[in-house]
Design a protein around this ligand. Structure first.
Ligand code: NAD
Ligand code: DAU
Length: 357
């Protein structure tokens, strides 16, 4: 039940990877002093199994709905007070946006605007737009992304996220809405959907499937353990100034091939040897950004946030989590996901085989 006396958080996309970790984080940090409404459409990426341990919390409520539906969002806001909105809900996978951008345009752009409008009309105290470092484009010539780096998105996914950032900015400038934007680097950790690099590699080693590395595996990402991202968002909500953007990053740059090799070694030490033979260099992602790296000095300086989990510990905890939760993984892999997987990867393998001839 949602209590009038506790601050009420609306967490959109709370059944996804980071959203579900964030809801657990809120309860771990504030106990039953907070109420949380998880508003999620339950797309392929939404999974209520992620939140089984929250279901009996007095302050937890799940509402199925679409952020891009004015009717759904209007009904939700009509039900009672909402103090904080944290907008995680999004189509989040670059490769899917290349196959079909339409759900990205709808959810990430129209959905964000609907939430901004209702939040303004219902006196929300803070609205946090969860954005991404991908809006800055690619660091081909070195350096780091700062909050002042011009936006230059390169995929339909990142262009839709950049559009949402612009709408969030406009809500602050035009109406004075208390909007904060955070832009985070690549997350990893428990409950990440296995279409993403790290869980995909772990799942494929378990199943002894090929490990598809795009291009030569030279692209660089800056990895952050998901609980650190949750803590940074909490800090931004509590201490951040409306109208501001805060970059969040891990200072953890790795080439993809280094990540894949590391996962292979950890998996071998856990009884899953032979991963190296499974590596397959495949056709690159179109428009593949070469390197992301975050300058996170503003959030450290102004809000006192610093990541706690170093990469060595984080990746070991992540591998352990997937090995201990194989049923969770297999439930996903055996369903609709396998159709998507074949659609994306079979042509890549075919092209790689032809190129070898
Ligand atoms: P995810 O794909 O795991 O989860 C997205 C969730 O949103 C799912 O539960 C899905 O059901 C829900 N959703 C999708 N469309 C919806 C709609 N129209 N209405 C309501 N709910 C809807 O994504 P994630 O990796 O947890 O990312 C969460 C947010 O963080 C996204 O906004 C993403 O852009 C951002 N982000 C992600 C990362 C990362 O590395 N994963 C890094 C930086 C920022
Ligand atoms: O940087 C933040 C972004 O990180 C978020 O905004 C996105 O929501 C999130 O999906 C993630 O985007 P990436 O495209 O960086 O993540 P992904 O896990 O898809 O890919 C990571 C890198 O690994 C990228 O360079 C592409 C490469 N890759 C990915 C897959 C799925 C492969 O080489 N093989 C693969 O099969």
């Amino acid at each position: 039940m949602i209590s009038k006396n506790r601050p009420v958080y609306l967490v959109t996309g709370g059944a996804g990877f980071i959203g579900s970790n964030f809801i657990k984080y809120l309860f771990a940090r504030y106990g039953d002093d907070v109420s949380v409404i998880n508003f999620d459409l339950l797309t392929y990426a939404g999974n209520l199994d992620n939140l089984k341990d929250c279901e009996d919390r007095p302050g937890y409520k799940f509402v199925k709905g679409d952020i891009a539906s004015s009717e759904d969002v209007g009904r939700l806001f009509g039900e009672g007070r909402i103090d904080f909105v944290v907008n995680f809900a999004a189509e989040s996978h670059v490769d899917r946006s290349i196959i079909d951008s339409s759900p990205f345009i709808r959810t990430n752009i129209a959905g964000t605007q609907a939430l901004l409008d209702y939040s303004r009309n219902h006196g929300v105290k803070k609205f946090l737009q969860v954005s991404t470092d991908e809006v800055y484009g690619s660091l081909d010539g070195g350096g780091l992304f700062t909050e002042d780096t011009p936006l230059a998105p390169n995929s339909p996914y990142s262009a839709s996220k950049a559009s949402a950032d612009m709408l969030a900015r406009a809500a602050f400038k035009t109406y004075g809405s208390p909007v904060i934007i955070t832009r985070c680097s690549n997350n990893y950790g428990p409950y990440q959907f296995p279409e993403k690099l790290i869980p995909l590699m772990i799942a494929n080693i378990i199943k002894r499937k090929k490990l598809p590395v795009y291009g030569r595996g030279e692209n660089v990402r800056d990895w952050l353990y998901v609980s650190d991202h949750c803590e940074a968002i909490d800090a931004a909500l509590r201490l951040g100034s409306p109208g501001e953007v805060y970059n969040i990053g891990g200072n953890n740059e790795f080439k993809n091939i280094e990540i894949v090799n590391l996962i292979i070694s950890i998996m071998a030490s856990k009884g899953y040897p032979g991963g190296r033979d499974l590596i397959e260099f495949v056709q690159d992602r179109p428009g593949h950004d070469l390197r992301y790296a975050i300058d996170a000095s503003k959030i450290r300086r102004e809000l006192g946030f610093e990541p706690k989990v170093d990469f060595e510990r984080g990746i070991a905890m992540t591998v352990d989590w997937y090995l201990n939760n194989q049923q969770w993984l297999m439930n996903i892999i055996s369903g609709e996901y396998s159709r998507y997987y074949d659609e994306l990867y079979l042509p890549k393998y075919k092209n790689a085989a032809q190129a070898k001839k």
